[in-house]
Design a protein around this ligand. Structure first.
Ligand SMILES: [Zn+2]
Length: 78
């Protein structure tokens, strides 16, 4: 396992603005406000956080193979 990438570039789907963001190592962010247009981004269905949906990198828990951040990996719906 290599080093975990903690910076992800979030691309806003509305205005296309790219915003480098530092990801918390053990938690996921479920909303992100675009600094350019003010759109509130939410994770896509099936994704645990905005970084997995809109970022250039997946969130640290996913990179480490821990599954998602908040969701129990035994969730039968997933
Ligand atoms: Zn935007």
């Amino acid at each position: 396992m290599g080093a975990v990438i903690t910076t992800s570039i979030i691309t806003c789907p509305v205005c296309g603005h790219r915003s480098p963001e530092t990801m918390p190592p053990n938690a996921c962010q479920i909303s992100f406000e675009c600094p350019h247009c003010g759109e509130i981004l939410r994770p896509k269905p099936g994704d645990c956080c905005v970084f997995c949906s809109w970022g250039s990198e997946n969130c640290p828990p996913v990179q480490q193979g821990l599954g998602s951040c908040d969701r129990p990996s035994s969730n039968p719906q997933s």
